[in-house]
Design a protein around this ligand. Sequence first.
Ligand code: MG
Ligand code: MG
Length: 250
Amino acid sequence: MIHLKTEKEIEMIANSGLIIAKLFAEIKSLVVPGVDTADLDTFAETFIRSHKGAIPAFKGLYGFPGSVCVSVNEEVVHGIPNKDRVLMEGDILSIDVGVKLNGWCSDSAWTFSVGEIDKETSELLSMTEESLNRAVATVTKDSYIGDIGAAVMNCVEGTKYSIIKDLVGHGIGRDVHEEPQVPNLGKSGHGIQLREGMVLAIEPMLSCGSAEIVTADDEWTIVTQDRSLSAHFEHTVALTSQGARVLTRA
Ligand code: MG
Ligand code: MG
């Protein structure tokens, strides 16, 4: 069942989302060669908890051990923070953050470059971000869930990048994961019609190679099957009476 949110509830989620937006602005300068992903997790957890009533929503979710997911290079999502995973010049790092503030969740992801990255990798990041922006732009009261996936597909079509089709976005509110699922593939005008009060986490993931994914030995980290680089951008978006409102942007 889809839980529609009131304006007041959307405001609560926006307050939660603002913490993530601020966290990304702060953590950006820490994503440099030599830092390990456990340090970034510690910084994120401390930052989130410094806001009264806020907790890292991913910690313990389905048993996840970290406060944030930190996925390097071919890792798509769900990377576990690790003291031994030291970032190197030319890496890319996706940080996926969930915050629960006074009972309301927000969810956002960003892929950062570590030092200088090559042109192809840089294009992967900008393409993935662009596909998210185009997907968000489809959110209106006249649109359908399928329009979101179609926008991602249209953005990527004709390029060398693949959409990781087995992972999807989701509704969000009291829980991190609510109905409906928000696939990154779709057909315009198909699926559930969007309604005022829906809050969706829209999250395209692209790779430079295969669209197929496998789970790593740690049973958490999802990696591309061919170990090609992957990027992930995500925003929590509400459909309000004024149209789409991105709740995880400052
Ligand atoms: Mg996320
Ligand atoms: Mg999500």
